[in-house]
Design a protein around this ligand. Sequence first.
Ligand code: PFF
Length: 434
Amino acid sequence: MSDKGREEWSSMLGFILASIGSAVGIGNVWRFPYIVGANGGGAFLVPYLISVFLFGLPLMVLEFAIGRSTGSSVASAFQSLRQRFFAVGLAIVVIVCLILSYYLVITSWVLAYALFFALNRPVDFGAFTGSYLPLAFFILSGLAVFATVRSGVREGIERVARYLIPALVVILLFLVVFALTEPGALEGVRFYLLPDYSRLADPGVWTAAFGQAFFSLSVGMGVMLTYGSYLKRGGLFRSASIIAVADMAIAILAGLMIFPLVFTAGVDPAAGVNLAFVTLPAVFMGMQSGMVLGALFFFMLFAAALTSAVSMLEVPVATLMDSYGYPRRRATLLIFVAVMFLGLPSALSYTALRFEIFGAPFLDLADYTFGTIGLIAAGLVLSVIGGWFMERSRICAEIGGCGWQQRIYMVLIRYCVPAILVITLAATLLQAAL
Ligand code: PFF
């Protein structure tokens, strides 16, 4: 705890690991690989690199800077910039809760799969989600996230990341080496990374890259802002670069394990939910020692998902603590119960109850409304409020002076990031309307 009583990371490493934990999630391991495969293979890395380093990274630095400078989470930080922005901050907090509510459902499927594989039990997505078991796992993974956040910044969030992130990296590297020595490796890597540069003429490929970059880096939601508020000193650009590089490396490596396995098994490289929950499990079940590999894979995915879900839960919890004076334990319990209720429709949408709206499972709708549209809109608001309403000198103080580099940075934050977010938002809405 600091002199003001605010919790703090125990070290820079702890902060970086927790932030990597937030960034590296379900989005890296299954969303990134299939988006790459569907959007020009290796050529997709061009718009992706641009969006990560030109837009995502500056926004992450801005979040850290706002959090550290105000020493508070998103709603009260906004309030300290302008009184009327408090409500805007609260709206972002609500979006984070809504994203968390369905993200936890996918997390719970991952946990269930990890256990099934570890217990040597065959899994079938239809049979599993058609039962009421997902509900039990939903509560179980919710409890894991709850217990972590309840223990606090150092004892909970940081400690969990310190164990899980290195474990995740070790398992991933092992699986990559294994996959690359399988007979279908070359074909898989070719499908994944062989660049088709003609696809870069398609604006849809670019907006896909922007959307994925923001989601994957966990920026725009006040998550990094909240984590930054527990940081006392240290270079923000350096930390953000380490986090962004780690996030990207893990995403690329995930594809390097998934596609060689899929091609070795000779199955169709499916997209979306099917890739992780139908195709890959079938591949594992058809392999020698596939149950062990499957257990490792889903445990790794659970580690990634848990540390991301934890970072989302910390946002509303910190808000209750900062703005309403709640003690951490009570705040965590309250938000946990609320998120469980919010998540019920998503948790039930694939079960026998088939909770659907307009013929689409509620979970898919939630992913689109909150995880895609909501996330981009929140990022836009955050970049505008941070870039235009926080004094320049204050930002400079956080990012190491006001030299030419910082001037370029301000241009990026004030003009380029909002512009790109407006374009991405418009394109995404247009795509849905067509
Ligand atoms: N970055 C996480 C992933 O890639 O799965 C997801 C995420 C976490 C999105 C936190 C948004 C957020 F605020």
